[in-house]
Structures are given as C-alpha cells and as structure tokens.
Design a protein around this ligand. Structure first.
Ligand SMILES: NC(=O)C1=CN([C@@H]2O[C@H](COP(=O)(O)OP(=O)(O)OC[C@H]3O[C@@H](n4cnc5c(N)ncnc54)[C@H](OP(=O)(O)O)[C@@H]3O)[C@@H](O)[C@H]2O)C=CC1
Ligand SMILES: O=C(O)CCCC(=O)O
Length: 501
C-alpha cells in the first residue's frame, strides 16, 4: 500500500462559485436559520478541521418545511409534465456545469477522493436526466370494459415526500430521490446526514437557480442528536405521504414503525451484506478486477460493496495472490492529493467498527494477508484504515454477519456450488450479490438462486440510472432508477365511468 502524506493540510475549499456553499436551510423558497438558532459543525474527515456550520434543525423547522411542501403540492402536480421535465433538465445542466465545485464540497465534507467525487456528480446527475425523460411517460391504462362502462387507470403523485439520505453518497442519493418525486408531481422535504449537509444544500441551491416553484423542494439540516426529533415531525404528519430513505436497517425499521400510524408509502434502501463468489471456472483476472471496482468504491463505504468474498478451493491460492497484489498497490491519502484511491473513513464510529471486525477475525483464526491496521501516523483528527485482505475467514466472524463498511476483504474458501449458494443466502440482508463463472448453465442456476435485489454476473460495476436499484429481505423495499423508479412516487387511481349510451 502506498500512503500519501496523511499529515498534508487540506487545501482551502476554493470554489468558482462560493455562493454554492450554503449555511442555511431552504424552506418555502427562502434560505433561513433554524428557529431556535442552533447550529452544528461540519468537518473535513481528512484533517478533523471544522470548516463550516449549518442549522441544527428541530421539529419546528421540519413542520415549516412540510407546510411549504404541502402548500406547493396542488400547483406542482397540476404543472404539465413537459414543464416539470424542462425544469429537471435545467437542474441537470446546472449540476453538470458546477461539477468541480460540487465535487470539491463533497470531498471536503465526506473524504472521498476528488476523482471519485467528480464521478459521483456525473452519477447523481444521470438520475436527474433519466427522470426528466421519464416525467413525460407516466402513462395510465384503458381497461377492456363491460358494455356501458369505461374503466381507466391513471397515475397520480403520492403527495409530499420526505427524503432522508446518508453520508456515503451525499449527492447521488438525494438526487435519485428528489428527481423521481418531482418528475411525477410530488413535492419534497429533505434531510441530509449530519456529516454531509453541504453537498445537499448546494444541490438545492441549483434547484433554486433552475427556477422550480417556491416550496416544491425544502431542505433542513440537523445533527445526529436532533435528527430523530426533526424527522419524527414528518413521520407523525399525515400530510407527508411518503418516506424515501437510504441508510442503516435499524433506522429503516424505526421509520417503518413510526410512520405506521399514518400508513405512509415507504422506500427503504438499507444495509447489505453482499457475497462475491468466484468459481473455479471464472476468469480470475476479471474477477479480481471486478472485486477491486466493487469493493473499494468510496473506500468500501457503499451498501453494495462485497462484504464476504467466497473463492472456490481450486483457484483460492491464485485468486488470493493476485488480489493481495492489487490491494497492496492501492494509494491511501487525503481526498485532494493526486492519485489517491482510498480516502479517510467518515468518522470515528466507522473506523472503530472496521477495527473491531478485523480484530475479531484475527482472534478467530483469520490471517491478515495485507493491511489490517489503522493508519495513524500523521493522521491526527482523521480516520484511515489500511486496505486489508483477510485469509481463512469463517462464518463465526463478526464480518460474516454485519457489513463492515470499510476497505476490508475477507476470503472464505468453499468447495461446492450448493454450499456457497447456501452460505451466500445465509443472512437477513439481500441487496446485492456478485459471482464470476464462465459456465453458462451455472450462471443461470446461481443467478436464479441468489436471494438479493441485484446480481452482478461477471461484473463488479452494477449501479446505473437505467436499472432498478434496491433490495429484498432486511435490505428494504422499493426501487430507485430505471423505468421502475417512478412507481414508488405514484399511486394508482381507478376511474369507472358508467351510464355510457
Ligand atoms: N444503505 C446504505 O447505503 C447505508 C448503510 N449504512 C449502514 O449503516 C451503518 C451506520 O451508518 P449511519 O450513518 O449511522 O446510518 P444511519 O442509518 O444512522 O443514517 C442514515 C440517515 O438516517 C438519519 N437518521 C439516523 N437516525 C435517525 C432517526 N432516528 N430517525 C430518522 N433519521 C435518522 C441520519 O441522520 P444523521 O446523520 O443526522 O444521524 C442519516 O441522514 C453503516 O456502517 C452502514 O453499515 C450507512 C449509510 C448508508
Ligand atoms: O448508499 C449506498 O451505498 C447505495 C448507493 C450506491 C450506488 O448507487 O451504487
């Protein structure tokens, strides 16, 4: 592993358009402070340095946002789909035009390498473009009807949508929630993660510049301490008809429970525990390349990152040697340094969990083939963990059950297809799975048997605005992206016209 000067001070956050760095909530077309004036700091995970602050909102601010979104709803749903589409296209163009500033803000608050942050801007923008195109295609149905009747189905927006988003993809996650909501005529209240509010606020600034009507999108920032009460105001509010959430399964379950009293529609994109299976008949180089792409994206802090890597006995040694060489060549360092591939982890809690998983694996007989430790030299205030491969992993280890959310690859050896499919499915989670095999019959069998919402077959890069992203089991429900991505923001209305002469 190459470590690029962890003690390097972050370059100041210089932006071509400094006005994109917002420090207020956006409610009813106004930038405003929290009613009680509270604020919370935003720091750079590469240095620990606090470089901005934002409102620490409360239930009162959330209620104001809901009032605005509710008031704007009738007007927005009545806006022609073509017009909604045009505004989304304008927003899309503004996001792309401001890529560099958005990427810098994102890297500064989240820690991902600048090149990756630029990629996320393009990725998030692709959802906005996609849903701008889909906005004009929410067709209903004419139902073959009995004589004297005309039966029809029309699609309507569900109403006010609350979007709650995580810190790992501060731009793409909120973009792929707001864009489909707006496309079908819903209005939005949003709350970004404590650690990464600035990217989301910048994105909303561009919504303002695109010329969306007042109240259509509202955003409030809050600290981890005040988030539960803030979001609770939306959970209890019967005018908020939908919650769309990406984050941990524990919080997803809380949202499902607490919104039951008003029976909201829910999309929950929750944690995963993705298996990555390499069969003896795989193209080993392609499998290593696929694993590197999927595992080390965002430093391993991605819900679809492989968490358990199963390698068949016949190629275990060869695969592991090639993998260790590739992992050992990764460059770790602060987001702004040239060539960095793995940045700091988001916060102390994240790196503590990774260290706990590695220590537990070693205690239970795992061997550290590369990495295996925190990188602390020169890294005061930051949270780095060395890209790690652990050999001889076993099901009793914590990392087999819980997503590590960091740059750690545990290698499990297996003998048979049946055994590995059973092991892969032996988890409450079901977001993504990957496998590599050149055997056509096996490809069909294994793809069919894996219990996940997404399967990468001889492919590590699965995410795309054109495809439905989402899980099964305790990884949640609902789909984001593709032609299915509007469904979660729509309700079906059946019209039955009678007495037709
Ligand atoms: N599916 C995915 O993509 C993600 C999965 N995770 C998993 O979850 C683990 C923990 O990460 P963490 O950041 O704590 O994830 P959380 O689920 O706590 O955070 C995700 C979002 O939910 C908000 N939130 C937290 N508690 C509540 C609550 N009681 N009511 C309403 N909203 C709430 C957070 O706000 P705030 O930041 O203010 O607390 C944030 O906006 C990770 O290690 C990973 O395993 C995490 C992020 C994304
Ligand atoms: O929050 C996550 O980790 C899911 C988003 C990643 C993706 O879209 O591929």
């Amino acid at each position: 592993m190459t470590v690029i000067d962890l003690s390097a001070q972050a370059t100041p956050l210089e932006l071509a358009r400094p006005e994109l760095l917002r420090s207020q909530n956006f409610i009813d077309g106004q930038w405003c402070n929290a009613q009680d004036g509270k604020r919370h700091p935003v720091s750079n995970p590469a240095t620990g340095e606090v470089f901005a602050d934002v409102p620490d909102s409360s239930a009162a601010d959330a209620a104001d946002a809901a009032d605005a979104a509710y008031a704007a709803f009738e007007g927005w749903r009545a806006t022609p789909a073509r017009e909604r589409s045009k505004l989304l296209k304008r927003w899309h163009a503004l996001v792309l035009a401001n890529t560099e500033d958005l990427a810098r803000i994102m890297s500064h608050e989240q820690g991902k390498p600048l090149a990756e942050a630029r990629g996320e801007v393009a990725y998030g923008a692709s959802y906005i473009e996609w849903f701008a195109e889909e906005a004009v295609r929410t067709y209903g149905d004419i139902i073959p009807s009995p004589p004297g009747k005309k039966m029809m189905m029309v699609k309507e927006p569900v109403g006010v949508v609350a979007a709650i988003t995580p810190w790992n993809f501060p731009l793409a996650m909120i973009a792929r929630k707001i864009a489909p909501a707006l496309a079908v005529g819903c209005t939005v209240v949003a709350k970004p993660a404590e650690d990464t509010p600035l990217t989301a606020l910048a994105l909303v600034k561009l919504i303002e510049e695109a010329g969306f009507p007042v109240g259509v999108v509202n955003i409030v920032a809050a600290s981890r301490e005040h988030t539960p009460a803030t979001v609770d105001a939306w959970l209890k509010d019967e005018r908020v008809r939908k919650i769309t959430f990406t984050g941990s399964t524990a919080v997803g379950k809380h949202l499902a429970r607490e919104s039951a009293s008003t029976l909201k529609k829910l999309s929950l994109e929750l944690g995963g525990n993705a298996p990555f299976i390499v069969f003896d008949d795989a193209d080993v180089d392609a499998a290593v390349a696929g694993l590197m792409v999927s595992k080390f994206r965002n430093g391993g802090q991605t819900c679809v990152c492989p968490n358990r890597v199963y390698v068949q006995a016949g190629i275990y040694q060869r695969f592991s040697e090639k993998l260790v060489a590739a992992v050992a060549a990764l460059k770790v360092g602060p987001a702004h340094a040239a060539g960095v591939q793995i940045g700091p982890m988001i916060n102390a809690r994240a790196v503590d969990k990774i260290a706990r998983h590695v220590a537990d694996a070693v205690k239970l007989g795992g061997s550290v083939l590369t990495g295996g430790k925190r990188l602390t030299e020169g890294a005061e205030g930051a949270h780095y963990f060395a890209p790690t491969v652990i050999g001889d992993a076993s099901p009793a280890m914590e990392l087999a059950d819980e997503e590590t959310f960091g740059p750690v690859v545990p290698l499990f050896k297996f003998e048979t297809e049946d055994e590995v499919v059973q092991a892969a499915n032996d988890t409450p989670f079901g977001l993504a799975a990957y496998f590599f095999s050149e055997n056509l019959a096996r490809v069909a069998r294994v793809a069919d048997r894996l219990q996940t919402g997404i399967v990468g077959i001889n492919e590590g890069a699965i995410s795309s605005e054109m495809a439905p992203f989402g899980g099964v089991k305790e990884s949640g429900y609902g789909r984001e992206g593709g032609r299915y991505g509007l469904d979660d923001y729509i309700q079906t209305k059946y019209l039955c016209q009678g007495n037709l002469k």
